[in-house]
Structures are given as structure tokens and as C-alpha cells.
Design a protein around this ligand. Structure first.
Ligand code: COA
Length: 332
């Protein structure tokens, strides 16, 4: 059987920085509230007409390909994860192929929200393990700034989420005990409506009405307290699962990259495991929660900063809308 390893990592974020102070112009909030509750100091929002989910994903993919020493023609498939695709359909994977000038390659779209990177990575890994594909581009990107409402009504979501993209190249290799060691994904749809964007959903008939457009129901909804309570439990479970599956303990970990949901969630997990600061990577302070893109953006920055070296044991873990949660363990 083949194994897969990450051979290239890239990220792209829009240039427009939005600080907590900037948000105070639009809603009743304070810098203190946002930093204390979420750890977020600023985020990036796309400039309308410039960046889209697929264009940012393509930029991140180009960087990842370049770092892997590959050209677009070398890849067999694109797996794209996002909750904010350019179009209702088709998904963004075909748009990345188009942007890269590729015709005839495989394209898959993943809808696992905050766990999108883990799901996409897991899918790509399965295709590589079976020998079906040799090189798969995993791309995650989000434009969330135009889903949220910059108002007091939308403030509980609007202060948390940001825009950006991250990508990795996954390639087949034959070395035992190296590369992607395992992935673990779980879901509980009983909580599907606790963190969701309901409209424009196909279960509504008619799908959109004039009343809906101005109603609060058009905004994403999050039961923040419930998400927090479930997240801290599921993160720990799924990190333990990744370590135990591979015969490791938390002391063996060189770096934990949690989905950048909220700094308080990351800190809670860090404290549970008594991990020192150098073993947990967070950048939510700069980008907010970029949903599917958060782990690959963090991975890209951690790698560039030298926090990951050859031989490093790195765990990715995520929890989010669905509820879906997952982890992946990688030996670099
Ligand atoms: N600025 C100021 N006040 C705000 C606010 C904002 N941006 N958003 C909400 N509030 C207010 C609420 O209206 C509420 O006011 P009230 O007491 O008068 O009713 C008060 O702050 C407390 O709201 P609450 O939702 O209970 O706050 P909280 O302490 O639970 O923090 C979250 C809210 C969202 C930060 C917190 O629940 C959380 O971190 N949840 C996890 C969410 C997450 O990580 N999601 C990512 C998806 S994976």
C-alpha cells in the first residue's frame, strides 16, 4: 500500500486588514470584548471585485505547488473544502482546475465547514493509499465577510470570522512511519442547526422570498455556548484518538495545530494537555476564524517560521459546524 506525505504548503490572505476598532464603527462592541472572548485582534476581508474563494484558493495552490517543485500538470486531482463557494453550484474544485489551466483532472468538493481541511486531507489520502492518484492538491478557502452582517444584530458571528486560503500538495511515497499517519473524522448531525446558515436552502419552498432577505434568518446562526462546550470535549477525544492509534502519547507531539476557532478553545486544550507554548500554534489573533482554511494557513505559517522540522510529529485537530470533528497525525 502507498502512503501520502505533504510535500508543499501555501497560503494566501487578502490584503485588507480589519481591526476590532474598525468593526466598532458598524456595531455595538468593544476591542476588549472581542479580544477577551475570542483572542482575535484583526482579520482579513476580501476587497469586492478582487479576491474570491476560488481565486484565493488558486493562489495558495500555486504557492504549494511551487514549494513542492511541481507544475499544475503534475497533479491528478483537486479536493476543495469551503463553506463559502463562489457559486451555489458548481463547487470551487473545477474553478481551481480552470485557473490552473487544467482540463480532464479529477475534482471533488468537500462540505465539512471548520473540519474541511481534515476531511479533504483524509479523502486525498485514501485516493493515494489505494494507488488511484499519486499527487493531490488539497485546497481550502473562505470568503465569509459577505455572509455575515456588520451590525449589532450580526455581531456575535461578525467579530469571529475572516477570509483566506491555504493549500497543501499530498504525494504518494513508500516510507513506513512517515507522512500522513492517520486521519479520524466523526459527526453528530443532531447538532446541525446549532451552527448553520439556513438560506438559501433547497428545503425551503420558495427558496428565497423578499421577507427572508431582510430577516435575521439570512444570517449564519451559532449557539456559541453550546459550540464551545462540545468543542473542548471533542477536540480532546479526537487528538487522543490520533495519538493512541499510532502508539504515541501527547509528550511525543512536537506541534499541535488546532483549527483556529477561538483562542479560548485552543488555550483550554493546551492547558488540558499541559503543553508548553512552543508546542501549540495559533494565529487566530491575526486572521480570525477562517473555517476550512484555518489549519492550512496556520500550517503554512508554522512551517515558514521553522516550527516544523524534518521528523516533527504534528497533530491537526478541528471541530465545527455539523457538528463534525476530526484529527490528523503527520510525521514530517
Ligand atoms: N460584542 C459585544 N457584545 C457581544 C458580542 C460582541 N461582538 N456578541 C455578543 N455579545 C453579547 C451578547 O449579546 C450577550 O449580551 P447579554 O448578556 O446582554 O445577552 C453577551 O455578549 C454574552 O453573550 P454570550 O454569547 O453568552 O457570550 P459568550 O461569553 O458565550 O461568548 C462566544 C460568545 C461566541 C465568543 C463564545 O460562546 C464562544 O467562544 N463560542 C465558541 C464559538 C466558536 O468557537 N465558534 C467557531 C466555530 S467552530
Amino acid at each position: 500500500m502507498f502512503h501520502s506525505k505533504i510535500t508543499g504548503i501555501g497560503h494566501y490572505v487578502p490584503e485588507n486588514i480589519v481591526t476590532n476598532k474598525d468593526l466598532m464603527q458598524y456595531m455595538d462592541t468593544t476591542e476588549e470584548w472581542i479580544v477577551e472572548r475570542t483572542g482575535i485582534e484583526q482579520r482579513r476581508f476580501v476587497t469586492p471585485g478582487k479576491d474570491t474563494t476560488s481565486s484565493m484558493g488558486t493562489e495558495a495552490a500555486r504557492i504549494a505547488l511551487d514549494k513542492a517543485g511541481l507544475t499544475p500538470e503534475d497533479i491528478d486531482a483537486v479536493v476543495f473544502a469551503t463553506l463559502s463557494p463562489d457559486f451555489y453550484f458548481p463547487g470551487c474544485a473545477v474553478l481551481v482546475l480552470k485557473n490552473l489551466g487544467l482540463v480532464g483532472k479529477a475534482a471533488f468538493d468537500v462540505r465539512s465547514q471548520c473540519s474541511g481541511f481534515i476531511s479533504a486531507l483524509s479523502m486525498a489520502d485514501q485516493y493515494i493509499k489505494t494507488g488511484m492518484y499519486k499527487r493531490v492538491l488539497v485546497v481550502c478557502a473562505e470568503v465569509q465577510s459577505n455572509i455575515m452582517e456588520l451590525s449589532t444584530r450580526g455581531r456575535n458571528m461578525a467579530v469571529i470570522f475572516g477570509d483566506g486560503a491555504g493549500a497543501v500538495v499530498l504525494e504518494a511515497h513508500n516510507e513506513q512511519g512517515k507522512g500522513l499517519l492517520s486521519t479520524h473524522i466523526h459527526a453528530d448531525g443532531n447538532f446541525a442547526e446549532e451552527l448553520l446558515m439556513r438560506h438559501p436552502g433547497a428545503c425551503q419552498n420558495p427558496r428565497i422570498t423578499h421577507e427572508m432577505l431582510s430577516s435575521e434568518e439570512m444570517l449564519p446562526h451559532m449557539n456559541g455556548n453550546l459550540v464551545f462546550k462540545h468543542a473542548v470535549v471533542r477536540f480532546e477525544e479526537v487528538i487522543n484518538e490520533a495519538l493512541e492509534t499510532n502508539g504515541y502519547s501527547v509528550d511525543d507531539l512536537d506541534l499541535l495545530i488546532p483549527h483556529q476557532a477561538n483562542l479560548r478553545i485552543s488555550n483550554f486544550i493546551q492547558n488540558r494537555y499541559k503543553l508548553p507554548d512552543e508546542k501549540v500554534f495559533n494565529n487566530i489573533q491575526k486572521y480570525g476564524n477562517t473555517t476550512a482554511a484555518s489549519i492550512p494557513i496556520a500550517l503554512s505559517e508554522a512551517y515558514a517560521e521553522g516550527r516544523i522540522k524534518p521528523g516533527s510529529l504534528v497533530c491537526f485537530a478541528a471541530f465545527g459546524s455539523g457538528f463534525i470533528w476530526g484529527s490528523a497525525l503527520v510525521r514530517f
